[in-house]
Design a protein. Structure first.
Length: 202
C-alpha cells in the first residue's frame, strides 16, 4: 500500500491523463477499422454460407474482424484494470482523487461482461494455467463491446473536463475533426487495397 501511494504521488498527472487518453484514442481507432471492415465484409457476403466458405476475400475479412474485435476487447480490459502504475481509469481516479464511483462502474462492466477473462485466457494469455482451460470459447457480442467503448469515451471526457477545465470540449472537437480526416484516408486506402486484391490471379 505504501508503495502504491508513493507511485501515485510521484506520477505526473499530465502524463498519466495523456496516456489514458491515448489508450481511449487507440480503442476508437481500432473500432473505426473494425466498423469499416465489417461493412466491407457485408457487401460481399451472400445469403448462402456454403458459397461464402469458398470466398477467400471474405475469409480474410472475417479473420481481420475477429482480430480487431479481440484487440478492442483487450484495450478496454486494460482501461478497466484496477492497477496502479498502468494507463487505466483506476490509476487516474486515484491520482485526481475523483470519479471513483464512475471508474468502479466501468471496471465492473468490463469484469461482468468477461472482457478481462477473454483477454487473459484467449487474447493475451495473461493467465498461465496448469492445464488447458476446460471452458468454451468466450463470445462477447459486438453490441456489448460497443457499449464498453462508449462508456470509456464518456468517462475519458469527464476526466478531461476535470483535468483540462472548460477547454476540454473544444480539444475533443479538434481531435474528432483530425480523426475524421484519418478515417477518410483509411477508407480511400482500403478501397484501393480491395481493388488490387480483386485483380490478383487466384
Amino acid at each position: 500500500m505504501a508503495h502504491e501511494q508513493l507511485r501515485i504521488s510521484r506520477t505526473n498527472q499530465d502524463v498519466l491523463i495523456a496516456n489514458v487518453r491515448c489508450q481511449v484514442g487507440e480503442s476508437i481507432t481500432t473500432w473505426v477499422m473494425l466498423r469499416h471492415t465489417m461493412a466491407q465484409a457485408a457487401t460481399i457476403r451472400s445469403p448462402d454460407p456454403t458459397k461464402d466458405m469458398g470466398n477467400r476475400e471474405l475469409a480474410h475479412l472475417d479473420i481481420l474482424i475477429q482480430k480487431l474485435q479481440d484487440e478492442l476487447i483487450a484495450k478496454l480490459a486494460e482501461l478497466g484494470d484496477e492497477k496502479v502504475g498502468r494507463a487505466n481509469f483506476y490509476f487516474a481516479a486515484l491520482k485526481l482523487d475523483a470519479l471513483n464511483e464512475e471508474t468502479r462502474r466501468f471496471s465492473k462492466y468490463v469484469l461482468s461482461k468477461q472482457f478481462r477473462r477473454k483477454r487473459n485466457q484467449e487474447i493475451a494469455h495473461r493467465e498461465q494455467p496448469e492445464q488447458w482451460f476446460e471452458d468454451r470459447p468466450i463470445h462477447i457480442p459486438y453490441r456489448t463491446v460497443l457499449r464498453g467503448l462508449a462508456m470509456a469515451v464518456r468517462l475519458m471526457k469527464v476526466f478531461d473536463r476535470l483535468h483540462l477545465g472548460p477547454a476540454a470540449p473544444y480539444l475533443w472537437g479538434e481531435a474528432r475533426r483530425k480523426h475524421l480526416l484519418k478515417e477518410k484516408e483509411f477508407t480511400r486506402l482500403r478501397d484501393q487495397l480491395s481493388a488490387a486484391r480483386r485483380e490478383l490471379p487466384w
